[in-house]
Design a binder for this molecule. Structure first.
Ligand code: SF4
Length: 434
């Protein structure tokens, strides 16, 4: 069927992986004639790519679905993503939703659209978890200066608090050869920086008998690529070999994102994580030894079941002792079907929020110290496109956000700068190196 002249609008919630997959979905719809329009415009088709990592993810997804239905009550509304796979009936109960497609089905939207007429009843199409096996390539483009390249999907870890393996299935990936080809396509589109994304990217290679290190070595050689960021890697999979590669690479940026989740060994064990605080501390030490100015972001969950006041304090003190640059802290959120629900000691939602705030305050302190440590140094910045044309922002190799006056010639270009001072809004002021 051809949908020439029809308009499609997209909304993505959640992680970078979702962003990359929305681009692939948009390409498949573009091939059958749809023109992409802004989500706030009146469209013939709305595709909402949902997130279900927390209760808040579910709630935000529902709000956006309702917004799409309001924007054009006659448009077809298609809902995909983790929330669709996990709770399709909950979405099906929202008035105005035509199609709910699961993890496997979301990449075949054109085959479900028919004549684009609104359906009398919501259609739900999902595949059982154990049968989700397909891998679909994706990289994001169109709305950001940097591209998120999907290198892996699914997860075999089943941490006790996490619902993602129930939504995305087993760990799987494409070959190094094909992943490099995707990276080349992103470079051909003009991207100078690529950020690797997936559910558990350090686990790369399971389905092709390859490994993450070899993938990095191959991607480093992509012609025309200036920067490659790894994004999140589980601490037990962040091997010395990878840190050493980043330390000597001109393409791999000195930027690590490592999920810790708790700084208490007792809680890590309840979470069924695959490392101890000792292992985690050794990863930070190794990075700091080889790359003293690397940016290190750390994920942490506050108030998970079993986290007594003492264990929270133990976690807080451990994280405080680490030389990391920023924390990404979230309150624990109960997810149905997860093992953590069986842990008897529950923390009040209010207390979870209080603990999260303590981590956020600590994060601000750490980020400030990291930025201050880097002042007076020379760095290279990739400047980003802005909606607000009064200011230009960008990131250094080690992920320091800088700002300067807007100059369209700088967008998606690299320039050498000196980091001068901290600005009022938390960015760093710069001078251009002559
Ligand atoms: S590693 Fe753990 S937290 Fe991360 S996606 Fe897999 S199960 Fe979830």
């Amino acid at each position: 069927m051809n949908y020439q002249g029809k308009k499609a609008a997209y909304y993505t919630l959640g992680c970078k992986l979702n962003f990359s997959e929305t681009s692939t979905i948009a390409s498949s719809l573009n091939e059958v004639g749809f023109d992409r329009v802004d989500f706030n415009e009146k469209a013939d088709l709305y595709v909402i790519n949902t997130c279900s990592v927390t209760n808040q993810g579910d709630k935000s997804s529902r709000n956006i679905i309702r917004k799409a239905v309001k924007l054009n009550p006659n448009a077809m509304v298609v809902v995909v993503g983790c929330y669709s796979q996990l709770k399709p009936d909950e979405i099906g109960n929202i008035e105005g939703v035509d199609l709910v497609l699961g993890t496997q089905e979301k990449f075949h939207i054109p085959s479900w659209l028919g004549d684009l007429e609104k359906k009398d009843q919501t259609e739900i199409h999902t595949t059982r978890l154990q049968n989700i096996k397909d891998y679909h390539r994706a990289f994001s483009w169109g709305d950001r200066t940097r591209s998120f390249l999907k290198v892996q999907d699914g997860c075999d870890y089943y941490c006790s608090f996490c619902t993602i393996p129930h939504a995305r299935g087993k760990s799987r990936n494409d070959s190094i050869l094909n992943t490099v080809k995707e990276a080349e396509k992103a470079v051909d589109k003009g991207f100078k920086e690529i950020i690797l994304t997936g559910v558990n990217i350090g686990d790369y290679g399971k389905s092709t008998n390859e490994n993450f290190y070899d993938l990095l070595v191959a991607l480093e050689k992509v012609k025309g690529l200036h920067r490659l960021r790894i994004s999140s890697v589980e601490p037990n999979l962040l091997k010395d070999q990878i840190i050493e590669l980043v330390a000597k690479s001109k393409i791999l940026m000195p930027h690590f994102h490592i999920p810790l989740q708790s700084g208490s060994d007792e809680i890590l064990s309840l979470m069924k994580r695959k490392y101890s605080t000792g292992l985690f501390a050794s990863r930070i030490k190794k990075i700091r030894e080889l790359i003293p100015d690397a940016f290190i972001g750390v994920d942490v969950i506050a108030g998970t079941n079993g986290e007594t006041e003492e264990l929270f304090q133990e976690s807080f003190d451990f994280i405080n002792s680490l030389e990391v640059s920023q924390l990404h802290a979230f309150p624990y959120s109960e997810r149905s079907g997860t093992q953590a629900l069986k842990i008897p000691w529950k923390i009040e939602v209010k207390e979870r929020k209080l603990r999260t705030q303590k981590y956020i305050n600590l994060s601000e302190k750490k980020l400030l110290a990291f930025y201050k440590k880097n002042l007076d140094s020379s760095k290279t910045v990739l400047f980003e496109e802005q909606n607000d044309k009064s200011l230009m922002t960008g990131f250094t190799e080690n992920y320091i956000r800088i700002e300067t006056s807007y100059n369209p010639d700088l967008v998606n270009n690299l320039a050498k700068v000196k980091l001068l001072s901290l600005g009022a809004n938390g960015n760093v002021n710069i001078a251009f190196d002559s």
